[in-house]
Design a protein around this ligand. Structure first.
Ligand code: VG1
Ligand code: CO
Length: 541
């Protein structure tokens, strides 16, 4: 055991989901060690505590896992449960923390960000409830990084993590577990596996794009081995350290390989994709892409068809930029709908307090109270369970949903790699203009209300401010602006547009056309073209 002197490294402040930086930054002397020790200090030390460790398998996952294990041992942890080869999807890690009643877990992931030595790496700490560190704990971790003077590490050789076994690392119990099996067992308790098996037996075909990331082994085990889907169901199913040079973000742009299968001749009935760490999902039917906000609403409307949710939902929650489609379902069911800031850490308290069963975000994250993270494969299985019960196609299910609740046309436009000062000035100016926006007209739309979203947590009373600017127009349309908190280069401006349509003859339009006026108004309000020097987004979801 040695104590290494170190100095604070500037800027180790977590964003929306843990700390994400360029991989080479993490590989620089003391960078990872400082952050891990600061996390340990922030939670009052590791002595006698038990943790889960695992990551999405990206470049540096293996090396970083070894360092974290040696540091936990040197800080006196009594036991670490680690996924074989240092691998765990984010939802599987959340489940293992809860299943084993550990004190928390370290998840090595930069999620949907690309992987590789010249790409991104990340680390986040999850707490004993299995959920991401709250804002309060995240702030404490950051405070620790600014004063850190030393860290503890065991000087031991690398552990062989390739075999499921129990061993000892410098006095700490080390349990290497299969990354998939406990998670797969949990899924079996939530869904009607027989009904889904019957669906596949009847000739129902699906493609699951693991995008060369962590869900490959999970999807193969659950969909193909347990549920009997054909062996060509999972595509890009072998995790690679650079995700095959791809961008493991499940949206129509980055999952274009799946999209072309689903819109091509002889398309399967159902398509899905997941992200780098397995917590996101994209859902697409034959020729029918499902917007994540709509997916959340459909799941809320039909969750009772799956055994775990047969008793109904106690409530639902969505992040603020997510469309209000799920609110309409909640209203019809007479259950509460909560609106939180972006990021899963805000759902944890609501789930722990039993106020909500289902939650989701427009960025393709959906989850329930079965873990404390969003969960990609879980969402896919709930969809399959619903399709098995309703016997409807995805397109028909969507048509039925919109006919019942109306359609919240929705789209997110991302402007990436914007100079940080340009992005900040745009947001500051917008914020300053808020008091005068109401009543003004842009592209023919009159502003009804405009504010900078802040959230008062109904469980612990904490307040989070400046969580995105929302501007609603008379007639129900709205636009939201916020800056991404997961990027590692420049700023990403996210513009979220939404408009409710209830006219039965106008439910099947192209969202970009249906939203054209709102998009135009949003550009006018921010003077976007002049400020960014362009008006075409990099990514449209
Ligand atoms: C993005 C998404 C947000 C999500 C977060 C982490 O954050 O918008 O909804 O919770 O990523 O997801 P931001 O700050 O870039 O908008 V993951 O799957 O990247 O851990
Ligand atoms: Co993710």
């Amino acid at each position: 055991m040695t104590i290494i002197s170190t100095r604070p490294i500037a800027g180790q402040k977590a964003g929306t989901s843990g700390l994400r930086r360029k991989t080479r930054d993490w590989m620089a002397p003391h960078f990872l060690e400082n952050y891990v020790q600061s996390t340990i200090n922030a939670i009052g030390g590791a002595k006698g505590k038990r943790f889960v460790v695992g990551g999405d398998g990206r470049f540096y996952n293996a090396e970083a896992t070894q360092i974290i294990l040696r540091m936990l041992a040197a800080n006196g942890a009594s036991e670490v449960i680690v996924g074989r080869d240092g691998l765990l999807s984010t939802p599987a890690a959340s489940h293992l923390i809860r299943l084993n009643n550990t004190d928390g877990g370290f998840i090595l992931s930069a999620s949907h960000n690309p992987g590789g030595i010249d790409a991104d790496f990340g680390l986040k700490f999850n707490m004993a409830n299995g959920g991401p560190a709250t804002e309060t704990v995240s702030d404490e971790i950051y405070a620790q990084t600014t004063t850190l003077a030393e860290y503890h590490i065991a000087q031991t050789p690398d552990v062989d993590l390739s075999i499921v076994a129990t061993s000892d690392l410098a006095g700490m119990d080390l349990k290497i577990v299969d990354p998939v099996s406990d998670y797969a067992e949990l899924m079996k308790t939530l869904f009607d596996f027989n009904a889904i098996q019957t669906l596949f037996k009847s000739g129902f075909r699906m493609r699951f794009d693991a995008m060369h990331a962590i869900t490959g082994p999970y999807a193969k085990t659950i969909l193909q081995d347990m549920l009997g889907a054909p062996s060509d169901t999972v595509m890009n199913g072998t995790p690679l350290v650079d995700f095959g040079q791809g961008h493991p973000d499940p949206n129509p742009i980055w999952a274009h390989e799946l999209m072309s299968v689903m819109t091509g001749p002889d398309a399967p009935d159902f398509g899905a994709a997941s992200d780098g760490d397995g917590d996101r999902n994209m859902i697409v039917g034959r020729g029918a892409y499902v917007t994540p906000s709509d997916s959340l609403a459909v799941l809320a409307a039909h969750a009772h068809l799956a055994p775990a949710y047969a008793g109904g939902l106690v409530g639902v929650a969505r992040s603020m930029p997510t469309s209000a489609a799920v609110d309409r379902v909640a209203a019809a069911k007479g259950i509460p709908a909560f609106e939180t800031p972006t990021g899963w850490k805000f759902f944890g308290n609501l789930l722990d307090a039993g106020k909500v069963t289902l939650c989701g975000e427009e960025s393709a994250g959906t989850g329930s109270d079965h873990v404390r993270e969003k969960d990609g494969l879980w969402a896919v299985l709930l969809w399959l369970n619903i399709l098995a019960e309703t016997k409807l196609s995805v397109a028909d299910l969507m048509a039925e949903h919109w006919a019942t609740y109306g359609r919240n046309y929705y789209s997110r436009h991302d402007f990436e790699d914007v100079p940080v000062d340009v992005a900040n000035t745009l947001m500051d100016d917008l914020r300053r203009s808020l008091p005068t926006l109401t009543g003004q007209s842009f592209a023919g739309l009159v502003v009804g209300d405009a504010d900078d979203f802040s959230y008062d947590d109904p469980v612990d009373g904490s307040r989070s401010v400046s969580q995105g600017i929302r501007i609603s127009f008379q007639g129900g349309a709205r636009v939201v602006f916020r800056l991404s908190g997961t990027g590692t280069q420049g700023a990403t401006l996210r513009m979220y547009v939404e408009a409710l349509e209830t006219d039965p003859d106008a439910l099947h339009r192209d969202p970009q056309h249906a939203l054209a006026d709102v998009i135009k108004a949003a550009h006018e309000i921010t003077d976007l073209q002049r400020r960014l020097g362009r008006d075409t987004p990099d990514v449209i979801t």
